[in-house]
Design a protein around this ligand. Sequence first.
Ligand code: HGY
Ligand code: MN
Ligand code: MN
Length: 426
Amino acid sequence: MTQAFSTLRINSDRMLDSFSQLASIGATADGGVNRPTFSEAHLTARQWFKEEIEKSGLEFHTDGAGNHSAILKSSAGRVAPHGFGGAYRDQTFLLGSHLDSVPNGGRFDGALGVMAALEVLKTVKENGIRLKVNLEAIDFTDEEGTLVGLLGSAALAGHLHQKDLASPRGGRENLVAGMKRAGLSEESMLSAARPKDSLAGYLELHIEQGKRLERAGMNIGIVSAIVGIWSYRLSFIGRADHAGSTTIDDRLDASLGASAFTLAARELVMRDFPNCVVNVGKMDFAPGAFNIVPARVDLALEFRSPDEEEFNRLDIALLELAQKEARRFGLELEIEFLGKHSPSIMHEKVCNAFAASCDDLGLMHVSLSSGAGHDGQSLADLCPVGMIFVPSVDGASHSPREFTKWEDCVNGANVLLQTVLRLAAG
Ligand code: HGY
Ligand code: MN
Ligand code: MN
């Protein structure tokens, strides 16, 4: 990379201003944000992002999956006409993350990556740097999976299929209503795939959402791999009865199977799958009253592994465990598979470029795997993909407690800038 660029830095005040404006959209009283996919707050944030892009003289682009992008055309590059579809005729280097949040989440998860990506494009543009590829700062649709999960990136990569939209983990009705609010459709979602060779690479800056960087006193985490995520809905089905006049031993109490499974699943993973995690994030009781023995409990099950083969073993073990606990309490069990995202390895060339940029910037860095899912895993088979993390205070995330020091945010954005230039200008 020519020496000229190595002293270039982002405008941290300008990025802080954008970040703060964004954090006020869907803000919650305790310092977080509540911007689930296609909620009013999320759509407002996207409209704000579009105006921000146009104010900065960059080109706005959106696609059939609702992905929103800022584009800085290259000296030679041209991009598809505005709107859905259109053939890409030159390569694009993608940077970004997501503006949707989990319910009552933090203001850094996803938002930092999109604001840093936009700031990189602004910095490159105002310094008149001409690259041979287009630069694109993207906000992917529904990264968090309150509807589907990695929805926008899977659509862009051509990995989204009708079956993924038929029974999504956020519920089909919620997906249909959300797409309607956003002016999207199943057809437009499935038309958002880009030509396989149109991407030169994808880089993402993200908060770590864990404690390793903070504990190790490191500035930057260079992500080596991203875990895979599988989701199920398990329904334990018993019988509604009077909670007072039915003796304890005469009940088919769905809550007992769901609770026993949840505890046993934790013990199974800790004992036999130490590299994995399991989570029961939600239990819905029906009919759901003080004085009725629960007839049915729907349980949201998610488990994660860095290794595909281990996933298959964990999948079998968990479903067998669920059957066993259902039988134990005389319950029926319904199992609904709600989708999976495979683990993915980050590209060595990108990891090395990140490390070189950290060294040039005098930042201490360490290689680490990601226990969180990210859009990069949708793109890893299309182009070189890499991610960097910045420290999360006390590892807090998916919570209003989420916080990253601004100095660390700026470090991450400068590593992103330097690495894009290193890879795109080379
Ligand atoms: O759930 C995750 O791993 C990510 O935050 N979407
Ligand atoms: Mn995220
Ligand atoms: Mn998240």
